[in-house]
Write a protein that binds this ligand. Structure first.
Ligand SMILES: [Mn+2]
Length: 336
């Protein structure tokens, strides 16, 4: 009991120290080179907003990748004007080092704050780095010193709220995306942090704007491709077999995704003859079938190749796929 008390006192002292952290007069805030996601981008925006409210200079760099779900979080004003020449229209660059060096020529930060990762993806040219991360790396563990604050948490946004006293509403995006809407990654702890954001100005209106922007619609051509396809079902609807005219890999992937809502086992032939096999059942090994069809893969997800104009070959593939996954359905019905 005494040791719990000591650790509580220590935790409170740490929170106070980080909340009162002396930020540099000029700060560059960045996410890791990869992946660019809702956590890294929302945390970058939040730290920028926090520092600018304190009246200090803060900027970020363009990123290697950006996605339409999250590109609204940052604006051109967040990126230092000197790197805009090395930048594409959607706040990205092909060369992080060039963008950083162009910025250094005009504006030299005292500190680079890296959120949600440990690899900036370019040489910092001797400028001091401070890392805030929620990934505990093997051999590194939790860190709390001049170089980093690393602690297990649902998202970096949660660390910013809980330890750094940063309550920017945009951190809701960090929490929602990294926990996949409270489905994974310490969701109960994430709910607690979300409540703190609500107490500090996160409204229903803001949250519904964020949600709408995060939920980008799927390509409706996925539905068109399904409508035009040759679609067959077997084993009480647990098996779907689909032959598409469509050759676009994204549409093909989208069709597989949709079928996952309905079936345990899916086989989708793309217009160019590429075949995707997928099952949700651990007792099935799709690899022998995939190998017979000229490719391979994993036990539960594999690929093959077939001539899409050969009707007999497609019928045979359908039969063989049903045969391959049938033991799973037999076991399931025996278990009932
Ligand atoms: Mn993260």
């Amino acid at each position: 009991m005494f040791t719990t008390l000591i650790s509580k006192v220590r935790a409170r002292a740490r929170k106070q120290r980080l909340t009162n952290r002396k930020w540099a007069r000029k700060t560059l805030v960045i996410g890791p080179a990869q992946p660019v996601d809702g956590d890294s981008v929302a945390c970058t925006a939040a730290v920028l907003a926090h520092l600018r409210k304190k009246g200090v200079e803060a900027y970020t760099l363009p990123t290697l990748a950006m996605y339409s779900q999250i590109d609204w979080i940052l604006t051109r004003d967040d990126i230092h004007p000197a790197c805009r020449t090395a930048m594409n229209g959607n706040l990205t660059t092909a060369n992080l080092q060039a963008a950083y060096d162009a910025m250094l020529a005009e504006w030299r930060p005292d500190e680079v704050v890296l959120v949600d990762g440990h690899i900036p993806g370019f040489d910092l040219r001797g400028i001091k780095q401070y890392m805030i991360d929620h990934h505990i790396r093997e051999g590194v563990g939790e860190v709390d010193d001049k170089s980093a604050f690393i602690k297990l948490a649902p998202s970096v946004g949660c660390l910013l709220v809980e330890y750094f006293g940063i309550y920017e509403p945009i951190l809701a995006v960090s929490i929602l995306t990294d926990t996949y809407w409270f489905r994974q990654n310490l969701p109960a702890q994430a709910v607690k942090t979300m409540a703190v954001l609500v107490e500090n100005g996160l409204t229903d209106q803001l949250l519904s704007i964020y949600q709408k922007r995060l939920m980008v619609h799927k390509d409706s051509n996925i539905l068109v491709a399904i409508r035009k396809s040759d679609m067959r079902f077997a084993l009480n609807g647990e098996v779907a077999f689909v032959v598409l005219d469509e050759t676009d890999p994204e549409i093909h992937r989208g069709v597989m995704g949709e079928l996952g809502y309905f079936c345990h086992h899916m086989c989708v032939v793309r217009g160019d003859g590429y075949v995707s096999f997928r099952t949700t059942d651990d007792i099935i090994d799709l690899r022998p079938l995939a190998t017979r069809y000229g490719r391979g893969g994993h036990a539960k997800q594999a690929a093959g190749q077939v001539d899409p104009r050969d009707k007999a070959a497609l019928d045979r593939l359908f039969e063989e796929f049903v045969e391959t996954v049938a033991p799973a359905e037999a076991q399931a019905s025996a278990g009932r």
